[in-house]
Ligand binder design. Structure first.
Ligand code: FE
Ligand code: FE
Length: 200
């Protein structure tokens, strides 16, 4: 049983995030709770991870780098060039040390919410997907199909998101964290092995 008080956590985060990010955070939180309900997951863990997933998003880039350096959190080449990516690593650190979250699955869900990773836990998938489909999101292609799929099959929803994410990142022409591609390859093979069909 996790003792974290959800409404207290929400009030804390309201102070730490700008309004837009806080609205997004609430969207991710209740979307994650709904996905957990749908897939027989733990709604409390989903809400805590949802509330905290972007807890480091509004910290200045310089400060994010300083936090990493101070606490020996590794910064890869791509993160060095795009420090906003560090909000996942810094966020998981803050969740553990400031918000005293000692549930590994929640910490990992925060840590992996930007790139995903092969073989994610159900909670990690839920946060990754909720981040993409929460009601405040309007830009992504195939959003309607992905939203429906998320409430049927998390792995399929994940694969469509990763596919679209790679197309989008490619179109920007910048660096792509290799983990995003690794995650995509993993779920593509997983899907083939399971003979799952897409109905988009
Ligand atoms: Fe984020
Ligand atoms: Fe987010």
């Amino acid at each position: 049983m996790i003792k974290t008080d959800i409404s207290k956590l929400r009030r804390f985060l309201e102070k730490k995030l700008d309004q837009k990010r806080f609205e997004h955070t609430l969207g991710v939180t209740y979307t994650a709770a709904a996905l957990a309900m749908c897939h027989s997951g733990d709604t409390k863990r989903a809400q805590i991870a949802g509330l905290l997933h972007d807890c480091a998003k509004c910290i200045d880039n310089d400060k994010k780098i300083a936090i990493c350096e101070k606490h020996n959190i590794e910064i890869n080449e791509i993160e060095r060039k795009n420090p906003f990516l560090l909000h996942a690593k810094v966020g998981s650190y803050i969740a553990m040390h400031k918000y005293k979250v000692n549930d590994d699955d929640i910490v990992r869900a925060i840590l992996n919410h930007t790139t995903g990773r092969p073989n994610m836990s159900q909670l990690e998938k839920i946060i990754y997907i909720a981040d993409y489909i929460e009601p405040g999101r309007t830009q992504a292609p195939r959003l309607t199909a992905i939203r429906q799929e998320a409430f049927r099959d998390l792995d399929k929803a994940l694969l469509i998101i990763l596919e679209d994410m790679l197309v989008y990142l490619d179109s920007l022409g910048g660096d792509i964290d290799p983990m995003t591609r690794k995650t995509y390859e993993f779920y593509k093979n997983y899907d083939q092995n399971n003979n799952k069909e897409f109905n988009q």
